[in-house]
Design a protein around this ligand. Structure first.
Ligand SMILES: Nc1ncnc2c1ncn2[C@@H]1O[C@H](COP(=O)(O)OP(=O)(O)OP(=O)(O)O)[C@@H](O)[C@H]1O
Length: 919
């Protein structure tokens, strides 16, 4: 019996091999970097303790789904494998190793240097990550933290590379062991994972300065340095996943010229400009590995991308002849011009299960049908190819997103190795492959407000990464279950356990479908986690870190013995290998119209208007046959994944809506607040103005009383004429000082009474309290008392009515009157009025009110203020007095410009009484 046929695919198969072949079940400590040689590799049992101190992703929580993949007794496909007796089998030494997870911290760029990174390496293998928002929250009581991730966590890695790490060093520690493996017949997978702008492309491809070449160009350098002088003539070419087929040496001579690949169009010019600006051979890695010189090697390269859950050949523009079908063109991408419009057509490739005829020990992975591999004979040639793929990726990627890689880029290097003595024996052929994947940045839809096509694109990126995480989780859980059953007493028969293992959901995304063989078959897997510690997406970075913690708990099988590969059945030519549909796209074909431009040498700008047609995958006649080998896809799992994706989209849309509503609400509240503030400001300025006005009027009234009483001419005090002159001068100088539109420091617009205010402020008109010399005179004639409740009324007679309504009290009368001699107000140019007699200071003998009235009448008589006199002035202490004093036929008329000042309490009223004839 062919023992290989008993091998099963899926996690169960891994478990079987692990249990059968793991020789020393010791629990190793994670090594900081992968071993360079097989002898140093640590043999690891599948049972691992979680090394991350943070919570890992939650288990799916659903019942393990089983199908035939879960069964160790899964029957091999009914299809017969080639019956060649020399069918090779793998070596006996298979070990299991955890996925290596390396953290690379990106250095600060530009303005980021001013920011504090939120990653703090604690050692070579552990790092602390602290949410910057939690610091901000501690400082501000208004800030609240919306993150679901823990505010601070410690994560462990196989090794942590600080920002200062240089490309050569990074390559030597992470990738060189895989390069050695692939040249010795082992498979290897390396993928860079991280959020957008975290440095994945820089790590894989490199920068554009000296010594910044990434791990891909370095890998090519090391391979060609090592196989120098050991290259075969390329009489076999790799097909499908493990197969190889004979080809005529030389048929695969490459014809790749970027300009030629695009034809004579503006697009060609853009392509060549882009090629010039794309970093090429920046620096070369001098490392050379020692290889078995009994073998000869041929190196093949392919470059695919997965975009929106479709797989494309990035070297699709290269036209070559496959030799097997003479005359047939094998281009997957074409650029044709119709009436000035360039139509760029590329065809999505199908992912097919590897046929049983190719299978190695029953392991059936998947391959990308029609993805072409090109034989490369030098590092320069290989880098040129990569560069062409890069340009295509940039072209198609730019059409999607100018800044960020929106696709997963996948370069696969296949090494065909044959013994020099058996170079014509296909059974002695060995094939190994190394795939380097630059994953699309895990999309931060929440932060980038992605919508429409971008949202769908982001959804697909996230879906494939989510499925990758799910696969790892299921693999880990399956491996743990098998390991537990092995370690338990009397539980060495893991048959029952294996039956209950969950199906690893590789098939739910193109990315995992294409990579599943690395997880299920043999090969070492390395994961590079790129983190930008200045990035605002703390949550996304936490997710990336948790993902790496999970990956470190998954084990893959490594086989120390070289793996001989079978010579596959001849390739069946199918329609998928034929040329693309040519001509204009059919009307129902979805197309995208885009403009792409580039700046070439001498700052020449090239621009091309393109119509992009992405043809769907085609199914060929052999697909049915292939489908026989396919494991049935579980519709429930598929539906669940779709649902998760839909929910994620809905969540995102809801978040967007919330953000919009929040922004609108904030704006509304702001507007309302502004309006209220404005109203308040107006109210307060109105009050201030009226207050000012009132004070002005009061002040003016008081000063006018003094003027009219002629008190300023006494005892050296300024004569009224002098005061008026001074007033005028002061007014003039004040008005000169004040520019039109002047406003004081308070910002309040000048009051219409500002001039009056200024008068008093400037001191040109002395305040009553300032006129010390006249104080006694004033006291003698009138007492001026301020009252906070004073009110100034206009000349509308209100005062009169008000006063009449209010009964007079005795206090009023007492307070209101201070005996004073009657004063005759001198008219301008007339001699100053005679000095009034000092008031009698004797005790009051009569009722104050009566005394006031009589005294006032006497005063009037003394001053000759009769009804015929002009400009007569009389001070009437209160309304009673006024009523009593004003003789029949005389009415109270305020002089024009003189305010009728009234008080409810404790006030003196200055009245100018004119005779009827004067008014
Ligand atoms: N280790 C590093 N040293 C210097 N510069 C770096 C480093 N890593 C990244 N950069 C720079 O950071 C920027 C973003 O890097 P990169 O384009 O590689 O991010 P990315 O993760 O591939 O983003 P995306 O997923 O959007 O494609 C680039 O300008 C790159 O040159």
């Amino acid at each position: 019996m062919n023992t290989r046929s008993t091998r099963t695919a899926g996690a169960a198969s891994q478990a079987t091999r692990a249990s059968a072949r793991t020789r020393t079940p010791t629990i190793p400590a994670p090594s900081p970097s992968p071993p360079l040689t097989k002898s140093t590799r640590t043999k690891t049992p599948v049972n691992q303790n979680a090394t991350a101190q943070t919570s890992t992703l939650k288990p799916a929580g659903r019942k393990p789904l089983s199908n035939r993949a879960n069964s160790p007794d899964k029957p091999v496909s009914s299809k017969k494998a080639p019956t060649t007796a020399s069918k090779p089998h793998k070596g006996d030494v298979t070990e299991r190793e955890p996925i290596m997870a390396y953290l690379r911290i990106r250095p600060a760029l530009g303005e980021e240097e001013a920011t504090t990174p939120y990653l703090d390496p604690l050692s070579d293998t552990s790092v602390r990550m602290t949410d910057p928002a939690s610091d901000a929250m501690a400082q501000s009581r208004f800030h609240y933290r919306m993150s679901m991730a823990a505010p601070s966590s410690i994560y462990k890695f196989s090794h942590i590379f600080p920002p200062s790490t240089q490309q050569p060093d990074f390559f030597a520690k992470t990738t060189l062991p895989l390069v050695k493996d692939v040249l010795e017949g082992q498979n290897g997978l390396l993928f860079a994972y991280g959020v957008t702008n975290s440095g994945k492309t820089y790590t894989i491809q490199g920068g554009n300065k000296g010594d910044s070449a990434g791990i891909l160009p370095r890998t090519l350098d090391v391979i060609f340095n090592s196989v120098n002088g050991l290259q075969g003539d390329g009489r076999f070419r790799p097909v499908r996943l493990y197969g190889a087929e004979r080809c005529e040496p030389g048929n695969d001579n490459l014809f790749y010229n970027i300009r030629a690949s695009a034809g004579e169009s503006s697009f060609a010019a853009v392509l060549s400009d882009l090629a010039e600006s794309t970093p090429g051979d920046i620096d070369t890695d001098p490392t050379t590995l020692k290889l078995d010189r009994n073998y000869e090697y041929s190196i093949w390269l392919s470059y695919a991308e997965i975009y929106n859950e479709k797989v494309y050949d990035l070297l699709g523009t290269i036209e070559d002849d496959d030799g097997s079908t003479p005359g047939s063109s094998r281009r997957n991408t074409t650029a044709q011009t119709f009436g000035g419009q360039t139509v760029l057509t590329r065809k999505a490739l199908t992912v097919k299960p590897s046929p049983a005829s190719d299978s190695i020990e029953g392991i059936t992975g998947k391959y990308i049908a029609d993805l072409r591999h090109f034989r490369v004979t030098s590092a320069t040639e290989a880098k040129e190819l990569v560069k062409l793929g890069q340009v295509h990726r940039r072209v198609f990627g730019t059409l999607a997103n100018a800044q960020s890689s929106r696709s997963h880029g996948m370069v696969t290097i296949k090494v065909l190795r044959s013994h020099r003595g058996e170079r014509n024996n296909p059974d002695a052929l060995q094939m190994s492959r190394l795939t380097l994947v630059d994953l699309a940045g895990s999309e931060r839809t929440k932060h980038t407000h992605t919508t429409g096509d971008r949202l769908r694109e982001a959804g697909n990126i996230n879906k494939s990464l989510m499925v990758l995480g799910q696969c790892m989780e299921v693999m880990r859980s399956n491996q743990n279950r098998v390991a537990q059953s092995l370690s338990g007493p009397g539980r060495s028969d893991t048959k029952v356990v294996r039956k209950g293992l969950a199906l690893v959901p590789f098939r739910h995304s193109k990315l995992t479908e294409v990579l599943m063989d690395y997880f299920e078959g043999d090969g070492r897997v390395v994961m590079i986690v790129n983190v930008n510690p200045y990035d605002t997406g703390y949550d996304e970075n936490s997710h990336v870190m948790k993902f790496s913690a999970l990956a470190r708990e998954v084990h893959t099988a490594t086989n120390n013995a070289p793996a001989p590969r079978v010579l596959a059945a001849p390739t069946k030519p199918g329609p998928a290998r034929g040329p693309l549909k040519s001509g204009l796209p059919p009307p129902n074909m979805p197309t995208r119209k885009v403009t792409i431009s580039s700046v070439g040498p001498n700052r020449r700008v090239s621009e091309a208007h393109l119509e992009i047609v992405e043809e769907d995958e085609e199914s060929g006649p052999d697909d049915e046959e292939d489908d026989e080998d396919e494991e049935p896809i579980n519709p429930l799992v598929d539906a669940l994944f779709d649902e998760v994706e839909q929910l994620r989209m809905k969540l995102h849309e809801a978040e967007l809506r919330c953000a919009v509503v929040e922004a609108e609400t904030r704006e509304e509240v702001m507007k309302e607040m502004e309006e209220r503030m404005l109203v308040m400001q107006q109210t307060y300025s109105r009050r201030l103005m009226s207050e000012l006005e009132r004070n002005e009027k009061k002040m003016d009234a008081k000063i006018d009383m003094l003027h009219q009483a002629g008190l300023f001419g006494q005892n050296g005090t300024p004569q009224q004429g002098d005061i008026e002159d001074e007033d005028m001068e002061a007014d003039e100088s004040y008005m000169q000082d004040r520019e039109p539109g002047f406003s004081d420091e308070s910002g309040i617009a000048p009051s219409p009474l500002a001039g009056k205010t200024a008068k008093t402020k400037a001191g040109s008109r002395p305040r009553p309290s300032e006129i010390e010399g006249s104080e006694s005179e004033v006291e003698r004639s009138i007492a001026i008392e301020d009252d906070d409740e004073d009110e100034v009324h206009g000349e509308d007679g209100e005062e009169e009515e008000e006063l009449d309504e209010e009964p007079l009290t005795e206090d009023d009368e007492e307070d209101d009157y201070v005996p004073s001699p009657p004063i005759k107000q001198p008219s301008r140019g007339k001699p100053a009025p005679p000095r009034l007699d000092p008031p009698s200071k004797g005790p009051r003998s009569s009722k104050p009110g009566q005394r006031k009235v009589s005294t006032l009448v006497d005063d009037m008589d003394r001053l000759g203020l009769d009804g015929d006199a002009d400009d007569s002035v009389i001070i009437v202490p209160d309304r009673k007095a006024r009523k009593a004093a004003v003789p029949e036929g005389i009415e109270y008329v305020p002089r024009p410009g003189v305010t009728d000042v009234g008080k409810k309490k404790k006030r003196y009223v200055l009245l100018l009484i004119r005779t009827r004839g004067i008014s």
